[in-house]
Design a protein. Structure first.
Length: 131
């Protein structure tokens, strides 16, 4: 790995099936140990129940207010500066409970790849917790 600067390009943000907007900040096969994405959930929206197999994820909340559900823990409200730790294979979803976008970094180890993502029972509108 060589030292260099990576610039984010806002126009590369895309909507992911999970129910949020993603801007990949770092996800390279040349650095398989880590990926970093900026996630954005619009007010009133909730992501689908999903899990990431064989990788751990951390959310670092940058802006807004959210409610996270991870594993069998009770829902927790989060805001700027909070960190959420999600073990590999742990069901998760996040809801924006504020009036502005909920923005957070999603840091995955090892790096995120699409084949590691899996929908879990339920969807954006379901209130049931996956078993």
């Amino acid at each position: 790995m060589e030292p260099h600067i990576i610039r984010s390009i806002e126009s590369q943000e895309y909507f992911f099936e999970e129910g949020c907007h993603i801007l990949e900040l770092w996800n390279s096969p040349h650095d398989p140990g880590l990926s970093i994405a900026r996630a954005r959930v619009e007010p009133g929206q909730k992501t689908r129940w999903h899990q990431l197999n064989d990788l751990a994820e951390r959310y670092v909340i940058l802006e807004g207010e959210g409610r996270v559900e991870i594993g069998h823990l009770s829902p927790e409200d989060v805001t700027h500066g909070d960190m959420v730790i999600i073990p590999p294979g742990c069901p998760q979803r996040v809801q924006n409970i504020g009036e502005t976008d909920l923005v957070f970094l999603a840091i995955c180890t090892p790096r995120f790849s699409r084949e590691k993502y899996a929908n879990v029972q339920g969807n954006v509108d379901s209130e049931s917790h996956p078993k």
